[in-house]
Design a protein around this ligand. Structure first.
Ligand code: C5P
Length: 228
């Protein structure tokens, strides 16, 4: 299991200060809307400059018509800086296949994941949008994702095992909504701790606030790595 740290702080300086503190750890860094919209590609270069071994997950959750998604995927893959990015599974099989087809010949292409159900959904709010339960729909999205040639899914730890059973053990599951040691859930509705993530064969845990809101992020990261 790998640790992926969300860089969701209010400024590039604060994110970079956090990353400098943890520069010797074997972790993935998740760059999302906030950082990428504000700080762009040069922020990714700044992260790799701190430690070239950091792996970068660009969490932009692409969702558009197939050709536009493939254009974006090609641009991301051509940076040579991004190790993993994601799309929304609800964009459909055609969109996911078009993305994979477009990037398949790019040397060292990034891994691609598809978002099944956002972890901020509870069952009632998910039902209101998709007219199906989270577990049924997340598994369906995962099967579509798998058959499209995408490398894995973003899902909650509660769906990880079922998704692997319905696809393959090698199909990656990356799970946000992790509160490693039972910390405050914030706006997340379905949270899980490290033992639960392990039991459910989660490949990547994504942790944000429990790390960057702590007084001593380095210690939290150290403790998480010791426990995974
Ligand atoms: O602070 P916290 O640990 O809740 O951060 C979780 C991170 O994972 C945030 O950056 C959020 O955008 C992201 N994420 C999520 N649920 C998803 C996909 C991404 O919480 N389904």
């Amino acid at each position: 299991m790998k640790l992926c740290i969300s860089l969701d702080l209010p400024s590039a300086e604060e994110n970079l200060a956090l990353v400098k503190e943890i520069k010797d750890f074997d972790v993935w860094l998740k760059v999302g809307f906030r950082s990428y919209i504000r700080d762009g590609k040069s922020f990714l270069e700044d992260l790799k400059a701190i430690n070239p071994n950091f792996k970068i997950f660009l969490d932009l959750k692409l969702y558009d018509i197939p050709n536009t998604m493939a254009d974006a995927a090609e641009e991301i893959s051509s940076f040579g800086l991004v190790d993993m990015f994601n799309v929304h599974a609800s964009a459909g099989i055609n969109a996911m296949q078009t993305v994979m087809d477009r990037i398949k010949n790019i040397p060292n292409r990034p891994l691609v994941l598809a978002v099944t159900a956002l972890t901020s959904f509870d069952n009632a709010s998910f039902l209101a949008v998709y007219n199906e339960s989270i577990s049924t729909k997340a598994t369906q999205f995962a099967k579509d994702t798998f058959s499209s040639g995408v490398d894995g899914v973003v899902c909650s730890a509660f769906e990880s095992l079922d998704i692997k059973k319905n696809t393959s053990n090698n199909f990656i599951t990356l799970c946000p909504g992790i509160r490693p040691f039972g910390e405050d859930a914030g706006d997340q509705k379905r949270v899980a701790d490290i033992p639960f993530a392990k039991e459910n064969s989660v490949d990547f845990i994504v942790v944000g606030r429990p790390i960057y809101q702590d007084k001593n992020p380095k210690e939290v990261v150290k403790k998480i790595l010791k426990n995974i």
